[in-house]
Design a protein around this ligand. Structure first.
Ligand code: EPS
Length: 389
């Protein structure tokens, strides 16, 4: 299963193609739109989100509420395009682009590197595609993957564990189910499960906004109900934990990811890191703790997957940093573009969905999946085999 996305932030639409889905998979447009709506929310978002109301248009691969097995093509309209048609025109006459030409690269953005690499004197040609607008397409793709996971009893939830200097305690997953995490984070404007931290995060975001500054943070994704043995120890590019890290770090502005206790493992002794193996009639093989976040040897071990990602503060600042104009090579304060002061709550939704995609992809690699029924039967047979092992 694979996908491609295309589209600029202020172009007519985002376009995406998902190929390799099982046929006969019940497909709900409403569920995809619901994920898109979740991504648009969150305390600290800027004015652009008041313009957009993201929804998919289904162009192929679905008939009468089910996949046919053919590539699924979707579009998400950019409502803002109406005001950008001249500037974003594909026509050869570029005279109207001048008023929005960007010659001052923003530190922390793709602007300068992309312009040098692709030979653009107008850095809009870079920023339009490097914009986090593209994450709407990735959420739509993840929302389809979730419909595969749902059939197999796998649940995904996400929440915000840090914004700026405010962070929350690690979750004890023996007390929280994915469903509870999803429900509680949904009712928080910053998608945080701790009400005290939530208030402090809101205060920090207000403060950063007033100062024309921005804030980053850390998000966590939990996946429950994953069978043992997704991914593989036999080759580096089949290790599913590594693929999850790549998926997370590929989200705009993300700088790192960790599985389970992650970097903390480097500080502890082995006895305080590894999870002891137990067996019981009720659960079969399981672990006494879940410090390794559901992975050993690049494979799932049947415990909940726990993956975190760190997002840097958005580099587009109302209080711009120093930069150099590529026309004059003189120092300048970087140009101001409309921006969000904090997009960490929205990014937690993106993280959930990119993780959902990778898990669904690994599932379809392991199990027979030309049709949704075949997939479910194969997963159930395997779960039974695991119980009898
Ligand atoms: C973004 C800048 C802002 C954000 C945008 C990402 O857009 P604009 O340039 O239109 O003000 O709102 O995010 C989205 C459009 C979105 O859908 O999340 C950027 O430069 O990355």
């Amino acid at each position: 299963m694979r996908y491609l996305t295309a589209g600029e932030s202020h172009g007519p639409q985002l376009t995406l193609i998902v190929e390799g889905l099982p046929s006969q998979l019940p497909f709900s447009k409403e569920k995809v739109d619901a994920q898109l709506a979740r991504r648009q929310k969150g305390y600290g978002r800027g004015r652009r989100m008041q313009i957009e109301s993201d929804q998919i248009q289904v162009l192929s691969g679905i008939r009468f509420g089910k996949t046919t097995g053919a590539p699924v093509a979707l579009a998400i309209e950019n409502k803002d395009w109406a005001k950008w048609q001249d500037v974003m025109s594909p026509d050869p006459d570029a005279s109207k682009a001048e008023k929005r030409r960007v010659s001052r690269p923003r530190p922390g953005h793709a602007d300068l590197n992309g312009a040098v690499k692709y030979g653009h004197r107008d850095m809009r040609d870079v920023l339009e595609r490097s914009s986090a607008r593209e994450t709407a397409a990735r959420v739509a793709v993840g929302a389809i993957a979730r419909q595969v996971l749902e059939l197999c009893g796998i649940k995904v939830a996400g929440h915000v564990v840090q914004i700026g200097s405010v962070n929350t305690e690690r979750l004890d997953l023996t007390c929280w189910s994915a469903e509870e995490i999803a429900e509680k984070s949904e009712s928080s404007p910053v998608r945080c499960l701790d009400p005290d931290a939530e208030q402090e995060m809101i205060r920090l975001i207000d403060e950063a906004k007033q100062e024309g500054d921005s804030l980053g943070g850390v998000v966590e994704v939990i996946v429950e109900g994953v069978p043992v043995g997704l991914g593989s120890h036999v080759h580096w590019d089949r290790k599913l934990d590594a693929r999850l890290v790549q998926a997370i770090v590929s989200i705009n502005a993300f700088k790192g990811a960790e599985i389970g206790i992650g970097f903390e493992a480097g500080k502890r002794k082995g006895s305080q890191v590894h999870d002891e193996i137990l067996w019981s009639e009720e659960k079969g093989y399981h672990r006494a703790t879940n410090r390794l976040g559901g992975f050993e040897g690049g494979m799932t071990n049947g415990e909940a997957i726990v993956v975190r990602g760190v997002m840097k503060p958005i580099p587009t600042l109302y209080k711009p940093l120093n930069s150099v104009d590529i026309d004059t090579r003189e120092p300048f304060q970087a140009s101001i573009e409309r921006s969000d002061s904090c997009a960490v709550p929205a990014a937690s939704v993106v993280a959930e969905n990119v993780v959902a995609w990778e898990i669904a992809r690994a599932l379809l690699e392991k199990f027979s999946s030309d049709t949704a029924d075949e997939l479910v039967q194969d997963v159930n047979r395997y779960r039974q085999r695991v119980r009898e092992f």
